[in-house]
Write a protein that binds this ligand. Sequence first.
Ligand code: DHB
Ligand code: FE
Length: 284
Amino acid sequence: MSQICGGIFTSHVPGIGNAIAKGLQQDPYWKPFFDGFAPVHKFLAEEKPDVAVVFYNDHGLNFFLDKMPTFAIGAAPEYKHEDEGWGIAFERPYPGHPDLSWHIIEQVVASEFDPVTCQSMLVDHAVAVPFELCWPGSDAFPVKLVPIAINTVQHPLPSPKRCHELGKAVGRAIESWGGEEKVVVFGTGGLSHQLEGERAGHINTDYDKFCLSNLAPDPEALLQHDTLDIVELAGSQGVEILNWIAARGALGGKVRELASNYHVPISNTAAATVLLENSEKVLA
Ligand code: DHB
Ligand code: FE
């Protein structure tokens, strides 16, 4: 039976990818953010997960405003990143796990979710940057990817409750998979940020700290705000916390926080990295 060993939650700002490409990890601007990954590297070296199930949002590389699924699950043998217009295409491919993807799709459909299924799919900075952060260097990625895209871009967006329930359904699906793989779950994006309009640059440290302090012990506290409340609180892109809410749902009941890092700003974003260890199996 497969097992979820933990969850990695991180911002996915494209500028982080640029800093990696330029080797700026020790630069005073970037160091406080990159230092937050030391415990993540230790965790991954010890746990050696086989699969990463990644809840993220696509910003226009694979889906655009003309076709925007609320939930989409990749079932491709391999995924690639491409230049999104900021001049970097990360070269390392992301091996897929189509059998596990289809198992997750079947199980979440049985749980009455209706995802779009993608047998070919590009993944944007919301997957590429977290992967570069977690597995730096040029070696092939040691995990297989199951990407799960949530629409946090074009309204109407799904509710926090719906995303949490999707995450729980994915967690149950992973636990019921017959393989022996060890799975790590990712939630990417956030925390508070708004890139456009009159409130460009908006950051809300109070709301971010509320999310960070409740994520492990009481994730349902994050469901008290609806999606539009979150846009108001955290900014129009701060609503990427929906990806974190889904990933936390997949981890199930008891988790232990191994590390938490919060640094403002990275680019226009309040950046955060959280590492949670799963201390029990996911139950219905
Ligand atoms: C930034 C943050 C994001 O989440 C994103 O997708 C793009 C840009 C930023 O802060 O620059
Ligand atoms: Fe984003």
